[in-house]
Design a binder for this molecule. Structure first.
Ligand SMILES: Nc1nc2c(c(=O)[nH]1)N[C@H]1C(S)=C(S)[C@@H](COP(=O)(O)OP(=O)(O)OC[C@H]3O[C@@H](n4cnc5c(N)ncnc54)[C@H](O)[C@@H]3O)O[C@H]1N2
Ligand code: MOO
Length: 469
């Protein structure tokens, strides 16, 4: 009895007795130790889409000086108050100011100074800056090109301050314009450039290494022998990581040989924050990832005698076989290792469920998940009792804006073309086995910035509700 109890106690940490892990429990394990990467100052264009790690205080006002928003003539508004087509006001032109000119003559009462868009507006002699206005050239008798005339006839009145961009009306020097935590869009970068900042403090991109495994897996472009297929997982995963903001690369797929796998990984750990493997984790005889990473390895999750990677089953479909652990980099850092299943749809769905949230966390994002949209089911399908299903669907909106989804193809985890036709993953709760028309499900949108899809789906070869996995 005591021996049996001890044996059960030995097995429990390995997850062998506890049954499948819930999806959110595995996500919590994946996110353990995932903190935003230490901030680095990067040139603006390398910081696109990254999360700001500092508040940005304006070191100058924007605009920096009172400037003209029109090509025309700076005047005192009072001088042209009575101007009309029938009775133009004629003023002597005493200066000419292109944009960027350092030498700006003052504006005397009863005079005009020609100014270009973006040029500094002259200071008024004997009047307040607010009394100056710019008359656009079309409202005068002056030619639009060529040298400034000696005199200009103004045909319409302009109010004080008209066509003048005031210093500081956009940003005041000393104002906090951006806050730590904001994600830098092109517009944010433009503001930073306007403020004269060449670089900005951000959480940098995590470096991800993707390694496919399988003796049957061959590089695209290389000939296939009997029983061989092209490696698609590493391409999908590197692209998905890059789309999510990571700096991802792939190494050539390794054969089902644990020593080869460890030899392929070792030199890469120095340049990685995350290692993703695909394949070799289920229940068969040649599970290379499981064999290699079940060993105690330097920096591994299990300490001196436990496995580097903890292999578990997650109660989800697809994506059941998962693993998470750590390996040591040469500089002593612990590199996160996530082992994803080899079936292509399973690998991609695992990315959405676990890898994307990890990446978003280390990128400094607060919202880790894709947006969810409630959608009404048009064509139903079957699910597996006790498993959270993430089912490929195509989401469309009707004329009332209501989102509808229909199953795309079958549930098989090898159907990569159907995965392209899908635009969302419908989340089917564990207790639901039959998804029926009229049901409402939360759906994870896969398309960037798109909730509506137009056009018919491509015909699929597989019927919904066929064999699972
Ligand atoms: N007896 C059992 N068999 C399987 C189980 C199980 O519980 N008991 N689980 C199934 C499920 S679910 C999945 S998912 C897969 C996971 O398998 P592995 O992670 O070990 O992956 P492989 O066996 O290496 O490959 C599975 C499948 O995917 C193809 N593959 C692998 N790598 C790639 C790649 N880089 N690009 C494209 N396709 C790839 C591979 O050829 C296989 O067809 O296990 C089930 N089996
Ligand atoms: O979990 Mo497997 O990922 O169902 O195909």
């Amino acid at each position: 009895m005591a021996a049996r109890q001890r044996r059960r106690a030995d097995l429990r940490p390995l997850g062998l007795l506890s049954g499948p892990r819930r999806l959110e429990d595995h996500l919590a394990v994946v996110l353990e130790g995932a903190d935003p990467l230490p901030p680095r100052r990067l040139p603006l264009l390398e910081a696109l889409d990254l999360v700001l790690a500092e508040d940005v205080v304006a070191g100058m006002s924007l605009p920096r000086f009172d400037g003209s928003s029109m090509d025309g003539y700076a005047v005192l508004a009072a001088d042209v108050a009575g101007a009309s087509d029938d009775a133009p006001v004629v003023l002597d032109v005493t200066g000419d100011v292109p944009a960027g000119a350092a030498d700006v003559p003052p504006l005397a009462p009863g005079r005009a100074v020609r100014v270009m868009t973006g040029a500094t507006v002259p200071v008024a002699e004997g009047a307040a800056a607010a009394d100056v206005a710019v008359v656009q050239v079309e409202w005068t008798d002056a030619a639009q090109t060529g040298p400034a005339p000696a005199r200009v006839a103004v045909r319409r009145p302009v109010g004080p301050g008209r066509n003048v961009r005031r210093a500081g009306e956009d940003v005041e020097e000393g104002e906090t314009v951006l806050r730590a935590g904001e994600r830098l869009s092109p517009r944010h970068l433009g503001l930073l450039a306007s403020l004269g900042r060449p670089a900005v403090l951000v959480h940098p991109r995590p470096r991800v290494l993707v390694l496919s495994t399988g003796t049957e897996v061959v590089e695209p472009g290389e000939p296939l022998g009997p029983g061989q297929i092209h490696d698609s997982n590493s391409t999908v995963l590197v692209a998905a990581c890059r789309e999510a903001g990571a700096d991802a690369r792939r190494v050539r797929a390794v054969e089902d040989e644990p020593e080869r796998l460890l030899a392929a990984l070792a030199p890469e750990l120095a340049g990685a924050d995350l290692v993703l493997t695909t394949g070799g984790v289920s229940a068969g005889a040649y599970e290379v990832v499981k064999e290699a990473l079940s060993r105690p390895l330097p920096g591994g999750a299990g300490g001196a005698d436990g496995p580097a990677v903890d292999f578990v089953r997650v109660a989800m479909q697809p994506g059941g076989p998962q693993g998470s652990g750590w390996l040591a980099a040469p500089d002593g850092r612990r590199v996160r290792v996530l082992t994803l299943p080899g079936n292509p749809v399973s690998a991609y769905v695992s990315f959405e469920a676990f890898v994307r949230p990890w990446l978003r966390r280390v990128l400094g994002e607060v919202e880790l998940q894709r947006p969810l949209v409630e959608a009404v089911v048009d064509r139903g399908w079957r699910s597996v009792e006790g498993k959270r299903q993430l089912y490929r669907v195509r989401l469309e909106r009707d004329h009332d804006g209501v989102a509808h989804v229909g199953a795309i193809g079958g549930p098989g985890s090898h159907l990569v073309a159907d995965l392209v036709t899908a635009t969302a993953l419908a989340v089917v709760p564990e207790e639901v086995t039959d998804v029926r028309p009229g049901d409402t499900l939360a759906c994870m949108l896969l398309e960037r910035g798109s909730t509506a899809v137009t056009g018919p789906p491509r015909p699929t070869t597989t019927e919904p509700g066929g064999p699972v996995a």
